[in-house]
Write a protein that binds this ligand. Structure first.
Ligand SMILES: *[C@@H]1O[C@H](CO)[C@@H](O)[C@H](O)[C@H]1NC(C)=O
Ligand SMILES: *[C@@H]1O[C@H](CO)[C@@H](O)[C@H](O)[C@H]1NC(C)=O
Ligand SMILES: *[C@@H]1O[C@H](CO)[C@@H](O)[C@H](O)[C@H]1NC(C)=O
Length: 507
């Protein structure tokens, strides 16, 4: 680190940031019972009350994992979002913290939108998009805030750090910042002439940024707006994750309203360009084939693993829980690996096994057999002896509502069907050796990991008692069912600490 830059940083950190503690006081007042509602997940992150959408960023700071998310606490609908915050030591037990960023300044009046976070000189530094609507026009700017303890954030007094994109003020969001050899890079999603674009900026000090040009763009088949870029190196390759609006469905690909997927290539820092990179529907692969998955964000774990979390939701869906004053949840934390063919594998992190409390089932089942799940928070591990037989598992509740998983051997695909309009999702899949599935159910969500994570389906389902697990198809299945415990809640010591150390200090 350059001494001059360090000096600038410290001076900026102490003198040029503004703090607002009102939201921490509000958090301390919040009632715990709000967590207990019908359909509320127990081991997935949902907001303490109100609406949640994208993970705003995912970061490791002072030996803890931090997930920030888009949060509107006043009701179960999108509104002026702040950055909600949950912290974990082990990736499965999460405690709610006060919102980190709350819209207050003129440049973020209608929302502090998603971005990224990094650790620099012991400060947790977050980059986010200020969202303002004025005279029916949207203005989006890039901003920065810092924290030394991850609880109290201070916004830079000279925000916005980027006031205007090259293609206008309206669709210009989700800054993702990273470091390479003492130089900072930022990607921002935008649109030009109705086509998604990805911009690159660079900076020596994190505050003053220069536009270096367009990194990648849609040539027509890749939609009208790109957002939530994420980038990481794995096995010497660069993976770019994008959330794209406006790709047309092609058979069973791109069935959701919007898509989150990835392209693999190499980033050349000399030219600030991707090499061997073309973003098209030929190279862009969906990360998850379920109905509800968007805005994936990643972080490198302390031990080097690449971890991913995403919104287990989709714009314009029917959030049945919103009438209960809350909406939506995030996915389980997943470990990401890259195969030699450049395909991403996603499996729940190994720590997820810590959620298991008891074995409810552990036996071979024949087609036609069934058992009662007995709980709405569980994991199923499903194995067959061979891959040449069809395997079908149906979750049934109220006798009518069903969610069906079907592996069709001779067609080499796996299908899920949650019923209703547009209920089917399908992916090609050739299991290796035998069929192996891990299925996670949490009151109103289901995530299915196939094989080593070659195919994943994440969807909302609204379970009503009792749930029956029915076995169909042509082969016996070995099923182990674990009951899973609560992983997300409040930390009682936290309120006390905040009261004594943060609010008291203010006065
Ligand atoms: C905003 O748009 C709506 C609908 O098009 C229109 O009725 C309204 O007058 C507009 N408001 C302003 C301030 O331009
Ligand atoms: C990006 O812009 C900065 C500032 O103008 C410049 O120093 C740097 O060389 C540029 N990088 C590339 C790869 O164009
Ligand atoms: C199921 O398959 C997985 C993956 O191949 C294996 O690790 C596990 O031991 C199998 N479980 C049983 C009960 O056969």
């Amino acid at each position: 680190m350059d001494v001059l830059l360090l000096a600038t940083w410290l001076c900026v950190a102490t003198a040029e940031f503004a703090t607002d503690l009102a939201h921490i006081e509000a958090f301390i007042q919040q009632e715990k019972y709000l967590l207990r509602k019908k359909y509320r997940p127990v081991y997935h992150i949902s907001a303490p009350v109100g609406w949640l959408n994208d993970p705003s960023s995912f970061v490791y700071f002072k030996r803890q994992y931090h997930v920030f998310y888009q949060y509107h606490p006043y009701n179960g609908a999108w509104g002026h979002t702040r950055w909600g915050h949950a912290i974990s030591d082990n990736l499965v037990d999460w405690a709610h913290y006060p919102p980190a960023l709350v819209p207050k300044e003129y440049y973020e009046k209608h929302g502090c939108l998603s971005g990224s976070a990094l650790v620099h000189n012991n400060y947790l530094t977050v980059f986010y998009t200020g969202h303002v609507i004025s005279n029916n026009k949207t203005y989006q700017t890039q901003n920065v805030a810092i924290s030394s303890d991850s609880i109290v954030f201070q916004k830079y007094l000279y925000n916005p750090i980027i006031r205007k994109g090259p293609y206008g003020v309206s669709d210009f969001r989700n800054p993702m910042v990273w470091n390479y050899r003492n130089w900072w890079y930022m990607m921002v999603g935008t649109a030009k002439d109705g086509l998604g674009h990805l911009l690159l900026y660079s900076s020596a000090d994190l505050f003053s940024w220069t536009l270096n040009g367009t990194l990648a763009k849609s040539f027509g088949d890749m939609g009208h707006m790109w957002e939530n870029p994420d980038l990481f190196e794995i096995d010497g390759l660069t993976v770019l994750i994008l959330s794209v609006q406006g790709i047309q469905a092609e058979g069973y690909r791109f069935r959701n309203l919007y898509q989150t997927g990835y392209v693999v290539g190499k980033f050349n820092y000399v030219t600030a360009r991707f090499e061997d990179f073309e973003v098209s529907t030929a190279t862009f692969k969906e990360l998850d084939y379920g109905h509800d998955f968007y805005a994936a964000k990643t972080v490198q774990a302390a031990d080097g693993r690449r971890l991913l979390i995403a919104w287990l939701g989709m714009w314009e869906s029917d959030f049945q829980e919103s009438r209960d004053g809350w909406a939506s949840l995030l996915t389980l934390v997943r470990e990401v690996k890259l195969t030699s063919q450049g395909r991403i594998l996603m499996m729940p992190v190994k720590e997820t096994a810590n959620l298991r409390t008891e074995i409810l089932e552990d036996a071979w089942y024949s087609p036609g057999e069934a058992f009662s799940a007995g709980t709405k928070s569980f994991e199923l591990i499903v194995n067959s002896t061979a891959v040449v037989y069809d395997a079908i598992i149906t979750l049934e509740w109220n006798g009518r509502r069903q969610y069906t998983i079907g592996y069709i051997a001779d067609q080499g695909h796996i299908t899920v069907d949650r019923g209703g309009k547009d209920g089917v999702r399908r992916a090609d899949w050739l299991p290796n050796g035998h069929l192996h599935l891990r299925i996670f159910v949490d009151y109103s969500s289901i995530e299915i990991f196939c094989g080593m994570g070659e195919v994943v389906f994440s969807s909302r389902i609204y379970l009503k008692r009792p749930i029956l697990v029915k076995i169909g198809g042509d082969t016996q299945l070995h099923i182990t069912q674990y009951k899973l415990r609560r992983g997300v809640g409040y930390d009682n010591k936290l309120r006390k600490h905040l009261k004594e150390h943060i609010i008291a200090k203010k006065g």
